[in-house]
Write a protein that binds this ligand. Structure first.
Ligand SMILES: Cc1cc2nc3c(=O)[nH]c(=O)nc-3n(C[C@H](O)[C@H](O)[C@H](O)COP(=O)(O)O)c2cc1C
Length: 489
């Protein structure tokens, strides 16, 4: 842990008041004067705490945390922040109804800032954020834990619930309580050399564009490595996508059920291609226990992460060949009964797509098969994407609709073009399946979760009314969002 010489410099301008000197007008000290953690210790040991004891937090401590917040810098020192500490269990359960994230801690600090003050350069949000970070560090020193919540559901409803006037902008909520579980170590950080520069930026910035053409393979590798460093918490499967995948498996690879039931002792090799976070690989390995799942990825870190989600654990292999290293070899040719690639061609640059299909053809046994899944551009997917990018909505790569959760850029593919690449790789299509001509009610509910309740209800009602249309013969085959192909030599 680095130490800063400035840290030991005597302070000449310490404020007379402050945590050690009591909280202005709201009582002195409190139980925690014993906590005087070293600054660096406080900084580096702070973790987002998501599991708390139910014990109430004494208001003296809550006050001290909030007091530390008010010593943050604010734009022009306007200090237009207002914090509402919610420690009433009944009110907290109403907050939880807006977002389950607010159901973890006995206290939720609702942090707001004047909506129309200091808007230049988002200085209002920046000031509130400085306050939140101060409170978070102070809580750690007091033996409390916090976690920063932006997924608050309908923030206007939240504002009303805690009685804040309309011209307060709810910026975030800081959950506060006595930690039940403190993570042994935090999610790893990107290396300093990758994110900091002197005088002139000398790095290669991760694009926010969703267009695969803007992402060189190296940048994609960097990004995906950073994503898996965060662990599994941000990688939750979307049920409608895994359901489509399982439906396809049940229709096109039913023979493996026998092996799952223990009728066959032979474990056959299956190669899952570019699994990234491994969400789908994990599901595949649970669905088809008659196979061992090896994975092929661009970097050894990502490959190991995904392989670690399969049982029995498969091998971590390299693609393209240039990314191979000792202990990170390319897959052997003609070694796999099944080679699968689900929703990954969409994130590659156009030139890599055909190359990957050719490599997959080499990796499978002569009598093996390739299972390919992709999102069709001849579906409602494009309209959903356009809605997502509507003015004011989040537009960047972090929010692309599929695969969910996203792992990089994504563009839906034209099924005819995909079949051209298939032919160019010397493969033929032996089966086709198209699913999901219309968004299911669950997805509509999820996509509109932050919209006004009225709009969300309207969208869900519309989806329910239109659902039977999507099942009319031929519509799914022509307009299905999820396309699956079985390919053979
Ligand atoms: C602006 C901001 C918003 C966040 N929103 C959430 C959230 O809604 N839910 C959540 O679980 N964590 C949230 N976090 C916590 C981050 O996931 C967490 O800080 C990150 O994974 C690093 O872990 P650490 O805080 O333990 O170092 C947020 C953090 C920040 C700074």
């Amino acid at each position: 842990m680095p130490t800063d010489p400035a840290a030991s410099r005597p302070r000449e301008d310490s404020p007379a008041q402050g945590a050690a000197g009591g909280v202005d007008g709201r009582g002195e000290g409190g139980a925690s004067d014993a906590h005087h953690a070293d600054f660096w210790e406080a900084l580096y040991s702070r973790r987002s705490i998501r599991r708390f004891l139910p014990d109430p937090v004494p208001r003296e401590l809550i006050d001290r945390v909030m007091h530390a917040g008010t010593w943050a810098p604010s734009s022009c020192n306007y200090q237009m922040w207002d914090v509402v500490a919610v420690d009433d269990p009944e009110l907290n359960s109403q907050l939880t109804a807006l977002s389950s994230q607010m159901g973890n801690a006995p206290v939720n600090l609702v942090v707001s800032y004047a909506r129309d003050f200091s808007e230049e350069g988002w200085a209002n949000v920046q000031s509130a954020s400085a306050m939140i970070q101060n409170m978070s560090l102070a809580a750690g020193v007091l033996g409390l834990g916090t976690f920063w919540i932006t997924q608050m559901g309908d923030r206007e409803k939240l504002r009303e619930l805690v009685g804040l006037p309309r011209d307060r902008l709810v910026v975030a909520v800081l959950a506060l309580g006595v930690p039940k579980v403190v993570p042994a170590q935090g999610p790893r950080r990107r290396p300093l050399s990758e994110v900091t520069h002197y005088n002139t930026y000398a790095g290669r910035a991760i694009p926010s564009s969703t267009d695969p053409a803007d992402w060189s393979p190296e940048l994609l590798s960097l990004y995906q490595r950073a994503r898996v460093l965060n662990g599994l918490r941000h990688n939750k499967p979307r049920e409608w996508e895994t359901r489509a995948l399982v439906t396809f498996l049940d229709r096109c690879l039913p023979e493996a059920h026998g092996a799952a039931a223990g009728e066959s002792e032979t474990i056959r090799p299956w190669l899952d291609v570019l699994p990234c976070s491994g969400i789908l690989t994990e599901r595949l390995s649970r669905e088809r226990r008659g196979f061992r799942f090896d994975v092929v990825e661009r970097t050894v870190e990502v490959a190991r992460f995904a392989a670690g989600r399969t049982r029995p654990r498969g091998a971590s292999l390299a693609w393209p060949e240039e990314s191979a290293a000792e202990g990170f070899e390319p897959p052997a040719p003609e070694a796999y009964d099944v080679v699968s690639c689900f929703f990954r061609l969409e994130g590659l640059q156009a030139t890599e797509r055909a190359a990957l299909l050719s490599a997959m053809a080499r990796w499978m046994k002569p009598e093996g098969r390739i299972l390919l899944g992709f999102v069709s551009s001849r579906s409602f997917h494009g309209a959903m994407e356009a809605l997502r990018r509507r003015r004011g909505g989040p537009g960047g790569v972090e929010y692309v609709l599929a695969p969910d959760p996203n792992i990089g850029p994504f563009e839906a593919l034209d099924p005819r073009t995909v079949e051209e690449w298939v032919g160019a790789a010397g493969l033929r299509v032996s089966e086709r399946l198209a699913l999901g001509a219309l968004p299911c009610a669950e997805e509509v509910a999820f996509r509109t979760r932050n919209a006004s309740p009225r709009l969300s209800r309207l969208a869900r009602g519309l989806a329910a009314c239109l659902a039977p249309l999507g099942r009319i013969g031929g519509i799914e085959a022509a307009r299905g969002r999820y396309r699956f192909l079985v390919l053979e030599h």
